[in-house]
Structure formats: C-alpha cells, structure tokens
Design a protein around this ligand. Structure first.
Ligand code: SF4
Length: 210
C-alpha cells in the first residue's frame, strides 16, 4: 500500500472518531493496568463488569493486597483464566508496592517485569495511561493491517514494527485504538462488513464482501 492511501485511511478513521480510547473502564494508570491484565482472552464488557465492583472496593496496589487472593478471585471469577490472573495481579501489586512506591512505572522495562504483563499490555499502558506513541498489536490490529495491506507482517511484532515505521507521528498515539475498533466492529474476523466500511475504496483486501 502506498503512502497516500495510508494517509487517507488514517485521516478518515480520525475524522470518524477524533478522540478514540479503550473500551475498558478505568480512572487511573493502576486501574488500566489491572483491567488490561485481566483482559487476555476476555471481552472488554466482561472485564468491566468485574472491575466495576472490584475497583469500588480496592483500586490501589495496597488495597488489593489487603483484600487478599480469595476475595480478589471472587470479584473476577466471571473472567476466563481468573485463577492465574488473580495470582499475577497479587504478585504485580506486591512489586508495585515494593519497587515503585505503589505507582505504575512509566517504563517499558519496569512494566514488562511485572507478572502477567507482556509487551502488549505494556504498550497499552504506556499509550493509554501515559500518552506514549506505542502501538499495541492484538489480533484485531494484526488482521486489519494484513487484510488491508496497510502494514503487513507474519506476526504481531512484525506488524508493530511496520506500523511504527509507516504511521506518521501525528497519528501514532491514536492509531492502535482506531485499528482495534475497526477490527472489532467492521473488519470482523469471519465476514468483514466491507459494504459498510469507510475505507473500502482504499483497502487492498482481495475478497471483499458486499
Ligand atoms: S473493506 Fe472489508 S476487508 Fe477492507 S478494511 Fe473494510 S471491512 Fe476490512
């Protein structure tokens, strides 16, 4: 895909949604970190249902430590893989208290050292809580980037590197939300809604639907 098409795609996505953000509910970097940590293989709606009551009861690392593992599990038991996620959350809270004064560190290295936090989660937190121009590539972004030929890559890391290279600076902070939302609601996995897609004329996917 050429530069002019990419620019037009980004401009249309921005015009359609000038201030995109995550669909996870959060009011602090810590709440965002925990919500993202809980969101692996779960929907944002499902995570929000659990984190609403959880954060009302405990929304700092110390408060979650005080809650204890069993009560934490009770709050998040509707989310898939909740046992492992609860254990990782407790260990992460302990590290935040011990090493970072109870705050979420604004550092990729420090974030990725937390249990249950990988590159994608670190990218989301750095981008959405701290405004870094990082691009967290998930399954939606991977699919949209490859289908449209906007930024092709064999895996999420390759797509991330390609996006970082081809997306102009002014779009970098928001591009991951635009692509996720586009993949979640329009360029869906099984049967993309090409007839209702605002970038259909620019997209280079060969098997567009009506
Ligand atoms: S035209 Fe179809 S394949 Fe291309 S981005 Fe839109 S929904 Fe996806």
């Amino acid at each position: 895909m050429n530069k002019a098409k990419r620019l037009e795609i980004l401009t249309r996505l921005r015009d359609d949604n000038p201030h995109p953000t995550t669909e996870l509910n959060f009011n602090s970097p810590f709440e965002l970190l925990i919500a993202v940590l809980l969101s692996a293989q779960a929907t944002d709606v499902g995570v929000n249902k659990a984190t609403g009551p959880l954060f009302a009861a405990a929304n700092t690392p110390q408060a979650i430590l005080d809650l204890g593992l069993d009560k934490l599990k009770d709050y998040i038991k509707t989310i898939g893989l909740f046992n492992t996620k609860a254990e990782n959350t407790m260990k992460t809270c302990q590290m935040l208290v011990d090493l970072h004064g109870g705050e979420v560190p604004e550092s990729r290295e420090a974030l990725e050292a937390l249990p249950g936090v990988g590159r994608k989660t670190a990218n989301v937190v750095l981008n959405t809580a701290f405004g870094w121009p990082t691009i967290a590539v998930d399954t939606h972004i991977d699919r949209v980037s490859n289908r449209t030929k906007f930024a092709m890559g064999k895996n999420v890391v390759e797509v991330e590197q390609k996006l970082l290279k081809v997306v102009p600076a002014e779009f970098k902070v928001d591009v991951h939300h635009w692509l996720i939302l586009h993949g979640r609601y329009t360029c869906v996995a099984r049967k993309p809604k090409c007839g209702a897609c605002i970038i259909e004329d620019l997209c280079e996917f060969k098997d567009k639907t009506e």
